[in-house]
Ligand binder design. Structure first.
Ligand code: AMP
Length: 315
């Protein structure tokens, strides 16, 4: 995971957990919509869980689950597939972008947003805190919920998207016109949450800017705008503070200050991550307990959906 994931999602998630009952899901079934090396995938699932906790998600307060450990996700996804027109799915921009990169496009990639709708609707979620790139998928989830409700009667809560005020879309450091993304190649593209300080410095110092020498808030190019966004999202400074501090600053100095701000926030996160993975059995315990806590919610939604659709439910 990279700082876009942190600023667009994880940071908001840690805040929301004190105001809502939160369920956060490691979507391994979504990951396999493109080929994954099995050993690496298992390691990534564990790393992601550890990074959720290291970012501040408190397993005593929120539930962190692995999608494939609750079979109701896949079950509900099938039922929702049957009420989702193909035309809705072919309009999804993420599908189009990801499909272009594949030699063969698996059906799972096409169905990806329906599985995401199942992840959300299974828990009757009211709010979905995501980065800007996921708003189209949450809109589709709302459409699927509404269509199901109108076909079979009121069943699902229709969820709302919640975007962070700053950091909803962090762009690639090498190309500020492209969203920072896990799947983008190139060592200068993204700052990973586990990058050591020297890698963070190197990537940010090499970030693409423009031909101006210094920050001009009246003519910000996308690269400089992105660096300022990253700084502001981590520091939580106001717009006025940002202007007062950075106006006229040379790009070299701006980059240094952005790099130090990122490192200051990543260091404690990385220390917590190392602590979490060093405790044998801790992570599995957290994931097992959370799955046991939320499984009854998921099972009761599937049972309700079965009854609504006229499927067989043993009494
Ligand atoms: P993904 O990397 O697609 O699994 O996304 C995980 C979460 O991070 C989702 O809530 C995304 O909206 C969010 N996210 C991913 N990339 C970015 C980005 N570049 N900027 C802000 N949020 C992002």
């Amino acid at each position: 995971m990279h700082i876009g994931n942190y600023l667009g999602a994880l940071k908001t998630w840690t805040r929301l957990q004190h105001d809502y009952e939160c369920i956060y899901c490691i979507v391994d079934l979504h990951a396999i919509t493109v080929y994954q090396d099995p050993k690496e995938l298992l390691q990534k699932i564990r790393d992601t869980a550890a990074l959720f906790l290291a970012s501040g998600i408190d397993p005593q307060v929120s539930s962190v689950i692995v999608q494939s450990s609750i079979s109701a996700h896949a079950e509900l996804a099938w039922m929702l597939t049957c009420v989702t027109p193909m035309g809705w799915l072919s309009r999804m921009t993420q599908f189009k972008a990801k499909a272009e990169k594949q030699e063969t496009v698996g059906d799972g990639l096409f169905q990806y947003p329906v599985l995401m709708a199942a992840d959300i609707l299974l828990y009757q979620a009211a709010i979905v805190p995501v980065g800007d790139d996921q708003t189209q998928h949450v809109e589709l989830t709302r459409d699927i919920a509404q269509r199901f409700n109108s076909l079979y009667g009121e069943t699902f809560v229709v969820p709302e998207t919640k975007l962070p005020a700053v950091g909803a879309r962090i762009m690639g450091l090498d190309d500020p016109l492209k969203k920072m993304s896990k799947s983008e190649p190139g060592s200068g593209h993204a700052v990973a949450l586990l990058d050591p300080p020297e890698a963070v410095r190197r990537k940010i110092m090499r970030a693409t800017t423009d031909s101006n020498p210094a920050v001009d808030f009246d003519a910000l190019g996308p690269g400089v705008q992105n660096l300022l966004n990253i700084f502001q999202a981590f520091s939580e400074w106001s717009d006025d503070q940002m202007r007062a501090h950075f106006s006229g600053m040379r790009y070299g100095e701006l980059k240094k200050q952005v790099a130090e701000m990122v490192i200051t926030h990543l260091e404690p996160l990385q220390a917590r991550y190392r602590q979490i993975i060093s405790e044998p059995g801790y992570l599995d315990g957290v994931l097992r307990e959370a799955a046991a806590r939320v499984r009854p919610i998921a099972d009761s939604t599937v049972e309700l959906v079965k009854r609504r659709m006229g499927l067989y439910v043993a009494d």
